[in-house]
Design a protein around this ligand. Sequence first.
Ligand code: NAD
Ligand code: UD1
Length: 343
Amino acid sequence: MKIVITGGLGYIGAHICTVLNQKGYKVILVDNLSNSFIKMYHQLIALLGEESIVFEKKDITQSDEIKELFQKHSDINGVIHLAALKSVNQSITQPLSYYQNNVGGLITLLSEIKSKNIPFIFSSSCTVYGQADQLPIKETSPFKSSFSPYGYTKQIGELIIKDIVKSNDSFKAMCLRYFNPIGAHPSAMIGEWPIGEPQNLVPLMTQVGIGKRKELKIFGDTYNTPDGTCIRDYIHVMDLAEAHVLGLEYLFSSNSNHYIYNVGLGKGVSVKEMIHRFEKIIEKPIRQKVSKIREGDVPVAYADASKIKTQLSWQPKYSIDDALLSAWKWEKQLHSHNDFQVS
Ligand code: NAD
Ligand code: UD1
């Protein structure tokens, strides 16, 4: 069976590719390389072989490119849609690019595949909940006023999908609301590798650990939490990848056509605790400094993941420490190869 992953050379897409490959699927990776390197494709081939992975350089906001893709590959069995811009902070200064890419891209893609009734997974985010009133957060928790345009693009995306499945019983879709994916593939051959400066906590922390960056800024320590720093639900990217494959297989055999699941470990961990855990793993201190809060940050978010565990039999295999260790191995690998020093 053939599966398209949009944003397939990005952080999460590349890891999903490894799990699909392991289960015998052919994978078509679609990416415009706006936040990834072609070298990621070469890494995937080195890891998995080239027979069952194809790369198509396409922009999902361009309908002619998307039409061409589905004409060339007319036998697609599923689409996992990850291609999006993802910086909460940048979305506040560049809202139009975020709506154009994330909402415009989704509409272009759905216009092409809706009539073909190809099962569809949408990469949503816990950001749709804003600051939830109740913790842990259940899927029934309402959408709150978002802290950022990025958050709104995910809310709008989910609403578009909800309306489409309502209008067409034969179109099956699933929204996965990720909490905070971290870590890397056990081989350390693929991992989080954005263009330019990373924005997320763990790659910034590993860069300080390896000496690429002088110190880690802690974005605020006066939140109403036990140590004053924000709390998140960090989940190993391989466990998240597995959830996509289980989700897709569930869609293939299911009778209903619309599903929504949280994907998180269900454990709230503070920024300071993450730094502390990482320092223990690498056996050295991380230079850090408390700085002002980051606009758009939600103080506390962690999941109730019981729905996906019960319905899809999803069981996370990795701990937060496993994830941090794998991120560290990946950072060391990036550091040791000259041809990786592009960012
Ligand atoms: P990423 O930036 O590493 O990957 C996204 C990929 O999409 C990149 O390779 C980029 O080049 C590509 N892309 C962007 N716009 C495109 C377009 N118009 N056409 C084709 N390709 C395009 O990000 P990621 O961390 O892998 O995130 C993947 C998805 O998961 C995103 O939708 C993101 O919003 C969502 N998500 C991520 C997190 C997280 O913390 N990483 C959390 C929740 C949800
Ligand atoms: C956010 C969104 C998530 C979104 C993702 C995409 C929420 C709850 N989560 O993740 O849905 O899809 O971005 O990128 O809105 N931090 C520091 N110093 C740093 C970097 C981060 O202290 O240098 C802190 C942040 O304040 C936050 C935590 O570390 O509390 C995690 O930050 P990050 O990795 O950027 O992820 P989120 O912002 O939680």
